[in-house]
Structures are given as C-alpha cells and as structure tokens.
Design a protein around this ligand. Sequence first.
Ligand code: ATP
Ligand code: CA
Ligand code: CA
Length: 397
Amino acid sequence: DRVLIGNKVSEGHVNFIIAYNMLTGIRVAVSRCSGIMKPLTPKDFKFTKKLAFDYHGNELTPSSQYAFKFKDYSPEVFRELRAMFGLDPADYLVSLTSKYILSELNSPGKSGSFFYFSRDYKYIIKTIHHSEHLHLRRHLLEYYQHIKKNPDTLLCQFYGLHRVKVPISFKNKIKHRKIYFLVMNNLFPPHLEIHTSFDLKGSTWGRFTKVDSSNPEEQPVLKDLNWLDRDETIKFGPLKKKKFLEQLKMDVELLAKLNIMDYSLLLGIHDMKKDNADDLIALDTESNRNDHPISGDQMLHGSVIPHFFKQYEGGIRSSDPFNNDTELIYYVGIIDCLTNYSLLKKLETFWRGLHHDLKVVSAIPPKDYGDRFYEFIADSVDALPPARYKDNPQIQN
Ligand code: ATP
Ligand code: CA
Ligand code: CA
C-alpha cells in the first residue's frame, strides 16, 4: 500500500525483458494504427492482431533485442478511446516508449498484478489476470458507449489492452508464458505532490492502513476505516457535489450491470497550503490553462471540452458551501474495475457470511456492492461523518 513511487526498471532488473517487450510491442502496434479514422464497426471490437518479434526482424516487425510474441486487442477501438480521452497520439507514443525506462511499483495490491509507470508518470501499465482481460473484451462495447455518453466519467481510462508471450525454460523444456496487460491513466499528477490518498470501497472489513508515524516521509494509501476515523469528507459545494454524485451513480450503475465489484474510489489530495509561496504564484497564474494541445483526432471527435474532474492542474478544486473554490485539489476516479463476480467471490461471500454481518464484508453481489459503495461516498461528500460507523470497534486499533 505504498504511494506511487517506484523502482527504475533498467537493464538487469528481473522484469526488464518483459517491460522492454511490452513497450516494444506497444510502439510497433500503436504506430501501425495511424491511418484515417473510420467509424467503428462491430468487427473492430472483436479484432485482434498478432505480431512476432525476433532478433532479425522482418517486413512486418522491426528487429527486437528479444524474441517474443505480441497480441493487440481491438486497436481501432482503443485508438478512438484515446482520442475521446483527449490524448495526443504522438505524445502517447513518446511517453510510453522513449528510452524504455519505466518505474515498477512494489506490488501495491494483493492480486499479484505488477504496475509500471511511463517515464513521465502520465500512464500506468498494469498486468491483469486472464479473466480480467476477458471481461474487458466482452464488455468493450458497453464501456465504449458509456465513455461516449459520459465524457466526465470517473471510470478508469483504458488506453490499450495487450498480451505478450515470452518463452521460459521449465525443466529443460521451453514453455510460454502469457502476460495480459493494459495501459491506463495515472490518476495522480506527475507534477504535484499528493499529500494524502485514500482507496475507498465502502466496506469496513479489514479496510484499515496502519500509519507509521515515525516515518512521515512514507505516505501509505489509506482506506475506509482511516477515512471514518479521521472524519474526512470530500469538500464540494452544492454544484460540484451534484455533478460528482450524478456521475458516480451512472458509473456505478454500469459496473453493477456488468457484474463487476471490488472496485475502489481512489482519491488523492493535494493541499495548496503546503506548497511554498513560489509554487502558489505559479499555480495561480497558470490556473485553467490547457496542458494538452488539441490534436487532429480530437478535432475530429470534437472532444475539446475539458473533463469536469480534471480541469484544475489535472484535478478538481475543493469548494465551500457557497461554491467558492478552496485550497485542496482532488484527484479522483474509480479504479480496479474489471473484477467479475465470479465463483471465487461467491465462495468468499459464503465463508465470510457464516461469521460476519453481510454489510461489512467485501465480497457481496455486484448490485449490493454498488449500492453500498455509492452510499458510502455520497455520505462522505460535504457532510458530517456518518454516525452509524462511529462505534465500529475496528477503528480503535
Ligand atoms: P487488489 O485487487 O488487491 O485491490 P490490484 O492489484 O488489483 O489489487 P489496484 O486495486 O488496481 O491493484 O491498485 C492498487 C493501488 O495502486 C491503488 O490503491 C492505488 O494506490 C494504485 N493505483 C491503481 N490504479 C491507479 C491509477 N489509475 N492511478 C493512480 N494510482 C493507481
Ligand atoms: Ca483494488
Ligand atoms: Ca484487483
């Protein structure tokens, strides 16, 4: 549960070859898909493209330091998604492939996924489970339609879904390992410090992060019980609150419909009071500037209106009850939203349900998960801390 600072993945790192292959594959696949954008057809959602890399290269693929296979899923759909999210195609390539240096996060979750940041910290590569990749492919059309209808969605922005297949030797035989991964937005800004961050699920079961007060440099990601313990609220005036909860409701409804659960609201807080005076002046004069020049793809789709929750330094300012902006910048979105309510989760519900009140366990059916999640967040916006959690004994330890 560390905040996002990673170890450089350079030559000699255990995962260097895999990271190198991922970036090589992305670079070649993304640059190939650069013709004129045509309206998407159902075929584009099913389409996959395989590339084989080796030391010599051929007419389809340039030479690569290592031999591996790469698979690109629905490239035209993701290209259009990137345009809808306002990414510049050239920038995207430069961020992800220049010099092959990434940072690896020290396993932030329990799932075993690896996280890599692009060099400029704008993008995150997350390795995902086969079933998560299947889920995204199966529901890519719904995801796409949702993004189109909801330009201010809080859902994680997916920019690409890929697979690398690497040879591994196992008992003197060559086997292959398939690694699925996706590229998504780093919710947190590359240029500002996040002073506090929360990963909120609306569940209290085990949702407490111990803070080591002897080490103020280390800022762990806090959870639901820390949130309640600190009487935290999201400080939005009536206008932002309304917009935020309306969007959250739409997003959660989609997730419930797609049978997804176990997602979180990730909230990073930058406190402008903690900036030094020079930074503050810079912030004021640069406020509301548009960081990203408008690209051809964006013009085509007319998606030049800034994202409502990313308008100020890539985030959204807190505000008082009279809708005046105040000193916090929030970076907020829904992450980890590809977990299907599978048999595994059903079993988990069964085992935990035997011993605990269903309201506090984390694996409950998607609709209930969504309702509980929404309610928890809605109670947390610009309101007094919900009294019903106050006597929870888990907060004390
Ligand atoms: P688990 O399933 O055990 O929760 P996971 O491996 O699926 O873990 P996530 O929940 O996706 O991992 O992410 C773990 C942590 O990584 C988050 O709490 C957050 O701190 C960070 N993180 C994940 N996605 C993003 C993102 N898009 N932007 C910034 N930080 C992120
Ligand atoms: Ca998670
Ligand atoms: Ca997960």
